[in-house]
Design a protein around this ligand. Sequence first.
Ligand code: GLY
Length: 261
Amino acid sequence: MPSLPLILVRPPSPRLAEGELTHLDRVPVDPGLARQQWEGYVAAFADRGWDVVELEAAPEHPDGVFVEDALIVVDRLAVLTSPGAPSRRGELTSTAAGLDRLVDAGVALDVAAISGAGRLDGGDVLEVADVLYVGRSTRTNDQGIAQLAALVKPYGRRVVAVPVSKVLHLKSAVTALPDGTVVGHPPLVDDPGTFGSFLAVPEEHGTAVVDLGDGAVLMSADAPQTAKLYASRGLEVVTVPITEFERLEGCVTCLSVRVRG
Ligand code: GLY
């Protein structure tokens, strides 16, 4: 049986370079380097005691490696989303199958789904204590936000919708440190005043952090000044190169779904 904490991940498709682009221009992506970087990303979690569960490979889905967009886990609730990009909706079948296997293996999760005309990408959902900030982006609509709000209410979470117009997802612009401070690169953030406590960081790729536990955060290797800033706040900073995913508007959050228990 998988043990907590765990990450759900999916290896990159050989067609990764064909992934969706919204705000960036297309540049070449090296599939071999992407695979190497993905393995380094997964190892960063495994090295710190996280169990790693791989979803079925989905070579036909260029963006399938960005698993966070199809599945949100909040507390004991797992929500299958309804991705805003039509090209990404086919990722849900193998994501749902992987989630079923996890539940069958004994991981206690309640399963729900966004339905109908609701659209929601997991990259637009940022959890900070009992608040879920949800980006109203090109991928996430008001119906999706309302459905998520109703689903998470019994788990003691409330939803605050926030505008996202400068980047793909909310978490392309802001994430949160373990102490709840929201971090973002101001030119990418629609309204820093939305968040209770906001720390400006000097680099675009420094905005995305994942809480690894025990005072450590995982972030891109492409933001050295921001890494120093986080270290100066007493955090242990683990960096991984993820250039091939950043070229496709990905970051350290969207390459995994974290299940903490
Ligand atoms: N390339 C990631 C996305 O657009 O969903």
